[in-house]
Design a protein around this ligand. Structure first.
Ligand SMILES: C[S@@+](CC[C@H](N)C(=O)[O-])C[C@H]1O[C@@H](n2cnc3c(N)ncnc32)[C@H](O)[C@@H]1O
Length: 435
């Protein structure tokens, strides 16, 4: 029988090299032959360890002679996952977390480190973090909320009033929300289908959004395979509602992969008109095509295109969505690897966001609509992009978004969704129209 702890450690080693926790976990689960219970345990240990890594490393380092980063990669992963289990997983007794880690060290051919793993984990598991003396406030935020110094520093300086609330909420992922595929069914019928399968649902504030109580993998359900819904948070659905494309429109989704918003836009279009879904990452376009096909979207075309470079074929669009690449600080709770980001290249990202918005604006016909959205709470990537754009482009003005989720912050018609207020992903939406 496969050992889920060992599989989690292997995934942690891979994650250090590859970065994307969701992809690494999916790969680990695909190759795992253990029981359903062990799959849940593997996922919990892997995701939890990545989520708490900054805190775990801070504690582990106190009991190590040399820097943690200089240790053998498997020993480092064993220490991190062992300490995570000991400190955070209530279902695992501390003694078991330590002894299983020592056994694993031997099984993975690192017997010479077994003594170190045992000694370090014993002391680290018992360490009282509540009496810690931090050298400054940034360090406290990093260790308490397990984020990089760059993320803590950015939130402190750019969101001083919300910083701690954002970080506190970053351990609570939003509940599972799906988007009813109105091309194939309606919300009442889908509610009944879920109920028939013993899953409770409740409607969200955005029309056709549905919260589902599903313990397992919702994408493994037949209802998903039949194309009756896709997984999409309410914040993302609100961005599509803000663009509100109509049947017959020509719509551009300039940063479309993996395709969630394109699918929702096609529903607003009732499958009539032309939806062009583009992305600069060629290898992600198959995800878009696959999603649109599963959901029965017939009005869509998938195209490899750089949104920062003008493409004359796109001129005259009725509605354009720029769901730009961003620092992702609104989705820390869902994507734990973002916590460790050093934010290198943030200046370049901001320049790219500005260039995408400028280029997108040129495609919008007079009277047409433009939505700029991100899943970050960094104002420099949000209002900091759209405000100067509006100053330089008097031919654009903001549009008020009709459906506002409870708790949404509205500033100059720009919407900011703070997870601690809305219970959704952190999100920014600016809805504009061309005069
Ligand atoms: C936030 S994600 C989009 C999510 C997507 N809208 C959805 O709802 O499924 C940002 C996307 O922008 C793409 N991207 C990055 N740079 C780009 C560029 N210069 N032009 C077009 N797409 C770009 C990335 O590959 C990524 O897929």
């Amino acid at each position: 029988m496969e050992n889920p702890r060992r599989a989690a450690v292997a995934a942690l080693i891979k994650q250090e090299q590859d970065g994307y926790a969701n992809l690494v976990l999916r790969h680990a689960l695909d190759g795992f032959t253990g029981t359903a219970r062990d799959r849940v345990f593997l996922s919990a240990v892997f995701y939890g360890t990545v989520e708490r890594m900054v805190t775990l490393d801070h504690i582990l380092q106190k009991f190590l002679q040399k820097p943690l980063v200089k240790l053998d990669a498997s020993v480092r992963a064993i220490l991190r996952s062992g300490l995570y289990q000991a400190r955070y997983l209530k279902s695992v007794p501390v003694r078991a977390a330590i002894s299983e880690s020592v056994t694993l060290t031997r099984q993975m051919g690192k017997s010479s480190a077994a003594g170190l793993v045992n000694a370090v984990l014993r002391r680290a598991a018992a360490y009282d973090l509540t009496v810690e003396h931090y050298s400054n406030e940034t360090e406290r935020l990093c260790v308490e909320y397990s984020v990089s110094p760059q993320i803590a520093g950015l939130l402190q300086t750019r969101c001083p009033d919300q910083c701690e609330d954002i970080l506190k909420a970053s351990f609570t992922p939003p509940p599972l929300c799906v988007r009813v595929n109105t091309l194939q069914t309606d919300i009442g019928a889908l509610e009944e289908e879920f109920a028939r399968q013993g899953m409770a649902t409740r409607r969200g504030a955005v029309p056709d959004s549905l919260y589902v109580e599903c313990r397992g993998d919702v994408t493994a359900l037949k209802l998903f395979k039949q194309g009756l819904f896709h997984v999409q948070g309410e914040a993302s659905q609100l961005a599509c509602a803000a663009l509100s494309p109509r049947p017959g429109d020509t719509v551009l989704d300039l940063c479309a992969a993996p395709g969630g918003k394109s699918a929702t836009l096609a529903q607003y279009m009732e499958n009539k008109g032309t939806l062009v879904s583009c992305d600069a990452a060629q290898n992600r376009l198959t995800l878009v095509g696959g999603a649109l096909e599963r959901l029965g979207v017939a009005c869509g075309r998938v195209l490899h295109n750089d949104a920062a470079v003008y493409n004359e074929a796109f001129a005259g669009a009725d509605a354009v969505l720029c769901d730009v690449p961003c620092s992702g600080l609104g989705v820390l709770a869902k994507k734990p690897d973002i916590r460790q980001k050093t934010l290198d290249g943030l200046d370049g990202l901001v320049r790219l966001q500005r260039a995408i918005l400028e280029t997108a604006a040129r495609y919008v016909r007079p009277g047409g609509r433009l939505v700029y959205s991100t899943c970050t709470l960094n104002p420099d990537e949000n209002a900091g992009i759209v405000r100067p754009f509006l100053k330089e482009h008097p031919e654009f003005r903001t549009r008020s978004v009709e459906c506002v989720l409870p708790g949404t912050t509205k500033d100059d018609d720009f919407l900011t969704l703070y997870p601690f207020r809305t219970g959704t992903d952190g999100f920014f939406i600016a809805s504009l129209e061309r005069l």
